[in-house]
Design a binder for this molecule. Structure first.
Ligand SMILES: [Zn+2]
Length: 280
């Protein structure tokens, strides 16, 4: 069994505020300790469930938050953020299951901890063929396009609601309850760690039994980005193939979802260049 794990940071156990996930902030070091604990719990569960190869893709901000010497040696680590498939770099059609650890709800979800879509301030809304998606649904569709089921989602309560909307029957772990975008009621890590390990084990076992459905990825695919300002849309539309739609929206279309995904990663990076507030 080949297992792919995408690890974001806003939905990690004990993380509540932007200061916990931004490298320049004093709380960040403590945040990375919590990050490794959840990631290592998922790796341990994946191996216990029958995972023979495990790839962990650091999926937050700079994508240099997980340290090789603090991550379980049974996993390969993809570190660094110049990668065409962003949070899903390393996933191939040969993988048996994908696991999403430390995920968060999409931008605009009420009381959801650190809710956003890709950037802290720049993006109001991302849609796929007219349906609004967050990072979870966006990445799940890529797994679906490659024929890989998503077996586990961990994050706050709103993220788990979103997971059950996007996916047929995933394993989930609620590690905290959202009070506000920057405040959470955090469950004890002594409980969430073992729960993540057990849920990852079950997800890999279920994938081995063929018990996980593969997400849909509609094709052809049109992706739209609604930006907060006109200059972001103007910059994104400089890329050939990216269309400007009115003042603050850009769009890209491709026959295959993976191509639309990669084109949209370029559109988002270009539109957000030089602006503040990115926290992954
Ligand atoms: Zn994120």
């Amino acid at each position: 069994m080949d297992v792919f794990i995408s690890v974001d940071m806003e939905g990690i156990s004990g993380i509540a505020a932007a200061e916990d996930v931004v490298p320049e902030e004093p709380e960040y070091d403590r945040g990375t300790k919590l990050l490794h604990a959840d990631a290592n719990a998922a790796v341990a569960g994946a191996v216990a469930g029958g995972g023979e190869s495990v790839v962990v893709n650091d999926s937050h901000g700079s994508m240099r938050n997980l340290d090789r010497d603090r991550l379980d040696d049974r996993a390969t680590l993809i570190r660094g953020n110049t990668k065409p498939r962003s949070m899903m770099q390393g996933l191939t059609a040969d993988h048996d299951v994908a696991l999403f650890v430390g995920y968060h709800a999409k931008a605009g979800t009420p009381e959801a901890v650190l809710n956003h879509t890709f950037f802290g301030h720049e993006l109001v809304r991302l849609t796929v063929n007219g349906t609004e998606v967050g990072e979870l649904g966006w990445n799940a569709r890529l797994a679906g396009a490659l024929g890989v089921p998503v077996g586990l989602v961990t994050g706050d309560d709103a993220t788990v609601v979103e997971a059950n909307t996007e996916l047929p029957d995933p394993e989930t772990v609620v590690v905290k309850e959202g009070i506000d975008r920057f405040t959470a009621a955090c469950r004890p890590t002594a409980d969430t760690g073992p729960e993540i390990e057990s849920a990852a084990r079950r997800a890999v076992q279920r994938a081995g039994e063929g018990d996980l459905a593969v997400p849909d990825a509609e094709t052809p695919t049109t992706v739209t980005a609604a930006w907060t300002t006109t200059n972001q849309a103007a910059r994104a539309a400089c890329v050939p193939g990216i269309e400007r739609e009115g003042g603050r929206q850009t769009a890209v279309t491709a026959e295959r979802y993976p191509d639309a995904f990669e084109a949209a990663v370029g559109m988002l990076r270009t539109g957000a260049t030089g602006t503040d507030g990115q926290y992954g």
